[in-house]
Design a binder for this molecule. Sequence first.
Ligand code: SAM
Length: 268
Amino acid sequence: MTDKLHLGHYARKRFGQNFLHDETVIDKIVTAIDPRPGDNLVEIGPGLGAITEPVCELTDHLNVVELDKDLAERLIHHPFMAPKLTVHQGDAMKFDFSSLLRNDAKLKIFGNLPYNVSTPLLFHLFNFVDEVEHMHFMLQKEVVNRMVAGPGSKAFGRLSVMTQYYCHAIPVIEVPPNCFKPAPKVDSAVVRLVPKDKTQRSAKDTKLLNTVCLEAFNQRRKTLRNSLSNLLDESQLKGLGIDPSLRAESLSLQQFIEIANWLYDNKQ
Ligand code: SAM
């Protein structure tokens, strides 16, 4: 039997399908999500229901967004889960998560994400952080390392700055390849994301913050005077109290925000 066949479904590589089957890992994820009746829960990529089913046991309703039509169809007809599910068949990267808000209950989003699209999907989800209570995602371990990395670390980059701008990011568990069918080629990890309060997020324009990160980390070996030369010059960096001979990986989140806000005030 091919390792791609799991519970009667052939895993589709193009949809990043690696199905979780390790009960201990599933228990730890469900414990971290802590689902309760009345929660506004949303799962991205429920697949064959490895996490969906135990969550359904603890709550009364769950929205799921699944791209694969066959898997969405299976969930719609599943004898135990179907009565508790609202299945949205479609692409989570285009999904309007704010459409799921009801009765002031913020969203609790989770998923074992398709690794091939995880970074753009995370950036899409950051658009909804004000409507979110918390998020738990299984990702490639290297992606989680980048999300939680601080200045001075090799893993520190645009994903670290933007993740930590929007959220507190806390690693939950590491998960080896043999916990999935088929086994991915990389190690995985679960991260917990708790959105920061709006008052803690002081960028005047998040697109500008993203642009500064793109420029700074695009040429991460270069000093800021060179990598940011399209945006501001050496004396302007010094005016912000930033040493132009530093590299992007030495800047703090606050310094990235200060550069973006200076651009907003002076270059619009
Ligand atoms: N949750 C299941 C599990 O843990 O076994 C499946 C996880 S599998 C890594 C990723 C799931 O996301 C698959 O079910 C896949 O079909 C679905 N998927 C892939 N791309 C998607 C997208 N853009 N939007 C929504 N679901 C997607």
